[in-house]
Design a protein around this ligand. Structure first.
Ligand SMILES: C[S@@+](CC[C@H](N)C(=O)[O-])C[C@H]1O[C@@H](n2cnc3c(N)ncnc32)[C@H](O)[C@@H]1O
Length: 436
């Protein structure tokens, strides 16, 4: 049809195109009004309509229909994994890449708004690609002689999905799923649960098994064959809470910058390599040429060791409560003489005081999910010019951020990080500068 100058045919074409976007719906269902439009995704992953109703497994742009169904909008995609949503490993595979990135950003911005705070800048989020997760805990359940279910445990339930496909695990971790299922089938007592903690380290996959015992020579040999055939970096059993190393041809290590660090079993490691790189890069950007730096909740030294060499003469004090992590960090730090100063310290019980904090040009902190209320109160009372807060929980971060802002800091920049792809688990790096 020839285009008309009054624009009517164009409007009709647009209307038709929009209609085709919606998926087929049952007879008698029709969109009711704009209040039925899904406008955002809530923290726990439900879509929320303009009038505040929660709709599981929906995407922004979807519409609730009068019969209770859902007309899918342009951001509602087919989940890439056959186990979604029952598996529990992912919550948001129905979102387009754009909608997932918006969700990650909005979680951070929303948490700040909830505390009445604004950041001068919120950067575009970093989102980890599929199949990059380098650590996972999988559960096994033996139901019959050769019948073992092995996978993530379904969210909020004891149901298990027997994992045949996974779009988040790094391929070297996923390659172990079938061999581990077979191992559990042979060795797990009937009706008993087992667990496998997998971490990709420099030497291959580090596997820690719970629920299995090596009571006889035959069982020990079976486990050693498994480790050798699958070229594991290390195989450990947890028996009565005590770890037993069965196989570790070379010491298991991780690397921060060019510093190798011994990897204690089940130690904390950022979930993806690219996510870790994004966090380190953002902290590096914030630190600038700061010389005296404190890294609080330092873990194995992800930040301390990656950043110590950036600036001539930089010294990094690193505090961490887990003894095995501090020891590993210390031996890694020995490769940078005079640069790294680790301390075994419980920062909940004994946070750094303002007097201690005032020695530093910059303080990095990366606390557990609960946040770091007591340490942040001390920071708010200090004169530290720069604070770089790495968080795995936007809600506790925003509470701590409010304390820092009350203490005279401004939120200069926030980078949201979605390294748990398709999950509701969101991380961030925030830069605070003292302004008063
Ligand atoms: C989110 S991890 C961050 C680790 C490290 N920054 C990294 O990126 O690998 C939090 C760390 O805080 C440590 N931690 C937990 N409670 C602590 C406390 N009360 N005092 C000091 N460190 C603590 C944990 O052992 C863990 O290593």
């Amino acid at each position: 049809m020839a285009a008309r100058r009054d624009g009517a045919p164009r409007r009709r074409r647009l209307r038709r195109r929009r209609f085709r976007c919606a998926h087929p719906r049952s007879i008698g269902e029709r969109p009711v009004s704009d209040t039925d439009l899904i406008v955002r995704i809530a923290a726990r992953g439900d879509g929320v309509t303009a009038d505040g109703r929660h709709v599981p497994l929906s995407a922004p742009g979807d519409r609730l229909l009068s019969g209770g169904g859902l007309a899918k909008g342009p951001h509602h995609v087919d989940p890439p994994c056959r186990h979604f949503p029952e598996c529990g490993g992912c919550q948001l595979q129905q979102l387009s890449d754009e909608a997932f990135a918006d969700y990650v950003r909005d979680r951070v911005a929303g948490a700040l708004t909830g505390q009445g705070l604004t950041a001068q800048e919120i950067t575009p989020p970093h989102i980890s690609p599929p199949r990059t997760r380098r650590r996972a805990s999988l559960r096994a359940l033996k139901l019959g002689k050769r019948n073992v279910q092995f996978g993530f445990s379904s969210q909020g339930s004891h149901r298990m999905i027997d994992l045949q496909q996974c779009e988040i695990l790094e391929p070297r971790l996923f390659a172990l799923v079938a061999p581990l299922r077979a191992l559990f089938a042979r060795m797990l007592p009937d009706r008993q649960p087992g667990e496998a903690d997998l971490t990709l380290v420099e030497e291959g996959v580090d596997v820690v098994l719970t629920g299995l015992a090596a009571k006889s020579l035959a069982e020990t040999e079976m486990l050693l064959d498994f480790a050798q055939q699958n070229r594991l970096a290390r195989l450990m059993l947890i028996e009565d809470d005590a770890p037993l190393t069965l196989w570790e041809p070379d010491p298991a290590t991780v690397r921060f910058g060019d510093i190798p660090v011994a990897f204690p079993p089940r130690a904390f490691l950022q979930a993806t390599r690219d996510g870790e790189a994004a966090l380190v890069e953002e902290v590096r950007h914030a630190l600038g040429d700061a010389k005296m730096v404190a890294d609080l909740f330092a873990g194995l030294g992800t930040f301390a060791l990656s950043l110590a060499n950036d600036v001539p003469g930089r010294k990094v004090y690193a505090a961490e409560a887990a003894r095995d992590l501090v020891l590993a960090l210390q031996s890694g730090g020995n490769r940078l003489p005079g640069r790294i100063f680790p301390e075994h310290r419980d920062l909940f019980r004994r946070p750094l005081t303002p007097k201690e904090l005032d020695r530093f040009d910059a303080v990095i902190l990366d606390p557990p999910r609960a946040g770091a209320r007591d340490q942040v109160e001390q920071l708010a009372a200090s004169q530290t010019p720069l604070i770089v807060y790495v968080s795995c929980n936007p809600a506790s971060f925003a509470r701590d951020a409010a304390t820092l802002v009350q203490g005279g800091y401004a939120i200069e920049r926030v980078k949201p990080v979605g390294q748990f792809r398709w999950s509701t688990h969101v991380e961030l790096v925030a830069t605070f500068r003292r302004v008063t």
